[in-house]
Design a protein around this ligand. Structure first.
Ligand code: PHE
Length: 463
């Protein structure tokens, strides 16, 4: 198959079609980036890790590690124009190194499968909350009622499993329909609508009287709360929220038209993604403090705080329903991208149709997802290493596989690819290019390695 493609990378075209415009690409990557990571995971890991110091480390990771990794992923994807495994093999050979770089794509395919296995369970949870909100279950409800609803839901593995199944079905459906028709349509309205609704919620948060406390929790650093393990978690969150380190952005980059500016696209995505996460934090923590809740309540945090807020708001049933619809949409567009590397690989490798590949990979992910479904009920007491099956999957993928994938991607773009190739993709050797190259060659790789080694205790403390 590789032989059929022209040797000049500029003439190579994707095997799966192209985005219709620059905006379609930005929307698709934003749709991938904005999801449960911003609204569900960001607030609860911030809460578990003590607030401000964690947030600042996370922001630093987005800037100096996340941005160069994302640009590297897009440029590699566009240059190779295949699934991440084949692209890494092709570019590895083309740049005079080794086609074994395909391993980076393989790590990403596996990470995507594992992440989606639990992402779909949480996606199912948001789906269930559309119905609960719509039925008025949260109207005027106090903290104990809202907590009770959450406990009842999570306690029933059949219910959690059912919604997980529906969510996976929806994801397989869109992926099976293909790049142009499926993905583009799904992302066009969701992000602005979500932003708008978050601003409505922000209005409510300000009226709780605890807004100041929320802001200071989010932004006043208490460095004593920070350990190397929390720094690793902050870095993992940065990778996860930007959808980088596993080839999703690389797979989308493969469909990017030649003339689109990569730094501009990456900056637009990172900006909207980070704003939505910070906005989620600003909405949620005042509600936590106003109701005397524990910021470290874990994965259930948004499913308690937001229903509580909606329950006390005028028009709450309406807003809550719309909110969970949008959140499900956001999760859906991210889930699609989590499957894309594996699906593109099966299509090209096994010569299957998109629909067949989506069903094959989707069923596998669905089955693995039951490990997480059961982590909240039947197997809640089965803990090892980092905790439940869910906790372990979360740690393994976000804090280990994504940063490792990111390290290899940025290292490849910075050190293995020649200057001409990368400058060609990044629009010439100007200041932006020089900054990218410095971050990609020095700051990001050293930063990732340093945090890794510190977190596992392999580097001694200097003081
Ligand atoms: N970025 C998505 C979110 O924040 C999750 C995701 C991770 C999607 C990795 C694709 C790849 O919800």
């Amino acid at each position: 198959m590789l032989g059929k493609q022209p040797a000049d990378p500029a003439k190579r075209s994707s095997l799966h079609g192209h985005w219709s415009s620059r905006m379609a690409f930005i929307l698709a990557v934003t749709g991938s980036a904005v999801g449960l990571g911003n609204i569900w995971r960001f607030p609860y890991v911030v809460g578990e890790n003590g607030g401000g110091a964690f947030v600042l480390v996370y922001l630093a990771c987005v800037l100096v590690i996340g941005m160069p990794v994302m640009m590297s992923e897009i440029l590699i994807g566009r240059r190779g124009r295949r699934n991440p495994i084949a692209t890494m093999a092709l570019l590895g050979a083309e740049e005079g190194n080794s086609s074994r770089w395909s391993i980076v794509g393989a790590i990403g395919v596996i990470a995507g499968i594992l992440i989606l296995s639990y992402y779909a369970v949480i996606g199912g949870w948001t789906l269930a909350y559309i119905l609960k909100s719509g039925s008025g279950a949260f109207a005027d409800a106090g903290a104990d009622i809202v907590t009770g609803i959450r406990d009842d839901f999570l306690g029933s593995w059949t219910t959690v499993g059912l919604y997980h199944t529906i969510f996976m079905g929806l994801t397989i459906f869109v992926v099976a329909r293909g790049v142009e028709r499926g993905l583009e349509q799904a992302v066009r309205f969701m992000v602005p609508a979500l932003l708008l609704l978050m601003i409505v919620l922000l209005g409510y948060s300000i009226t709780t009287g605890y807004f100041g406390q929320g802001v200071s929790f989010l932004f006043t650093p208490d460095w004593s709360k920070l350990t190397w393990d929390t720094v690793l978690t902050a870095m993992g969150q940065a990778f996860f929220t930007l959808s980088i380190g596993m080839g999703a952005v690389m797979a989308y980059g493969a469909y990017l038209p030649e003339e689109t500016s990569i730094p501009g696209a990456a900056a637009a995505v990172a900006l909207s993604d980070t704003s939505i996460a910070l906005l989620a934090g600003l909405v949620i923590f005042p509600i936590v403090f106003a109701n005397g809740m524990d910021p470290a309540a874990g994965p259930g945090l948004v499913f308690i705080t937001l229903p509580l807020a909606f329950g006390q708001m005028p028009g709450g049933v309406f807003f809550a329903t719309i909110f969970f619809v949008l959140l499900t949409f956001a999760a859906w567009t991210s889930a699609i991208s989590l499957m894309e590397p594996a699906v593109a690989w099966i299509m090209e490798r096994l010569g299957r149709s998109r629909a067949q590949a989506a069903v094959m990979i989707g069923l596998l992910i669905w089955a693995v997802g039951f490990g997480t479904v059961l982590s909240f009920n039947v197997l809640a007491d089965v803990t090892f290493w980092r905790g439940t099956i869910f906790d372990n999957l979360d740690h393994l993928t976000l804090n280990i596989m994504l940063p490792l994938g990111g390290l290899l991607i940025v290292g490849f773009a910075g050190w293995v690819m020649c200057r001409n190739s990368t400058a060609d993709e990044l629009g010439g050797a100007g200041n932006v290019y020089r900054l990218w190259r410095f971050l990609a060659r020095v700051v990001a790789p050293i930063g990732i390695l340093f945090v890794f080694l510190k977190a596992v205790g392999l580097l001694p403390d200097l003081s």
